[in-house]
Design a protein around this ligand. Structure first.
Ligand SMILES: [Zn+2]
Length: 286
């Protein structure tokens, strides 16, 4: 089945280029009860909306690739001009919480309220209501899916249960993978990480291998990047080379997550899955 996924235009495999444009919002959420007295990581993360996103937009413009940007509402509120520039450049805006709250940390009513507020703001900035969501830190709950469906979203992009688009209830899932998340390579805040950040050539080589594997198996590569990490000039330059290579292959469909979700909804025949969590009375093998 994997070699037979019906990629748009008869392509052999798929590539989505996505950015979690979250700046300092993850730190603000994580330290909400204990605000940091140190400006170091805040400023490191503010590089994303301040500078990194512009290097990224330049990279995408040079390659002609349209991407999906998952934007917390707080970021859209605080860096409104940068978010408007992302939209004006032809990229998709999608939801990523109000201030990077993982669904499992919120009651369903709180999740609904934060996403409604974020959706209203992104729609006000772009004139387009977001169709998709990515959960902060790839942490998702079954109740979160119910809220996404209630809000009328068409897709989620948070989970790793397949390497092609699939369905969870009424939503299309555009799957992610830690191996194609730049944070695994680049995230380094001087806060006790066990290893220094990998260089841009290491990520370039690793992601070339991901593209080769996908082209062999007919699967999706969903690149997940953060402007405060991948927006540094040497990294943006390697990303440009990777995207140029991906285009030169000629057999990769390249588009936004929203476009792929719409395609899957129109063409796929897979049955809707569920997101049951195991419990000690049902399915937990202990
Ligand atoms: Zn994030």
């Amino acid at each position: 089945m994997s070699a037979g996924y019906p990629w748009p235009g008869g392509h052999r495999a798929g590539l989505c280029v996505t950015f979690d444009f979250d700046g300092e919002s993850p730190l603000l959420w994580r330290r909400r009860d204990d605000p940091p007295g140190d400006a170091a990581e805040l400023e490191q993360r503010r590089y994303g909306p301040r500078r990194g996103v512009h290097h990224i937009l330049d990279t995408l413009d040079r390659t002609g690739v349209r991407a999906t940007f998952y934007v917390p509402g707080w970021i859209a509120h605080t860096y409104r001009r940068a978010v408007a520039e992302v939209h004006a450049a032809g990229h998709e805006l999608a939801l990523h919480g109000w201030c990077h709250e993982p669904p499992a940390d919120l009651a369903p009513d709180e999740l609904r309220a934060t996403l409604t507020r974020a959706s209203d703001l992104l729609a006000e900035i772009s004139g387009v209501r977001p169709a998709g969501y990515r959960s902060p830190s790839f942490r998702m709950s079954p109740e979160g899916f119910e809220v996404l469906a209630e809000l009328g979203l068409s897709y989620d992009s948070s989970l790793m249960g397949d390497d092609r688009p699939y369905r969870i209830g009424d939503l299309v899932e555009i799957p992610v993978d830690w191996a194609t998340d730049d944070a695994v390579y680049y995230r380094y805040t001087g806060g006790g990480e066990s290893h220094p950040p990998y260089g841009a050539p290491s990520l370039y080589d690793a992601w070339h291998a991901e593209l080769a594997g996908a082209r062999e198996a007919g699967t999706l590569v969903d690149l997940t990047m953060h402007p405060w990490q991948s927006g540094r000039p040497a990294r943006a330059l390697r990303l440009r080379q990777l995207l140029d290579d991906a285009k030169d292959f000629g057999d990769l469909w390249i588009g936004t997550a929203g476009e792929l979700a719409a395609h899957h909804r129109d063409t796929a025949t897979d049955a809707p899955g569920t997101l049951d969590l195991p419990t000690r009375t049902l399915g937990w093998p202990l």
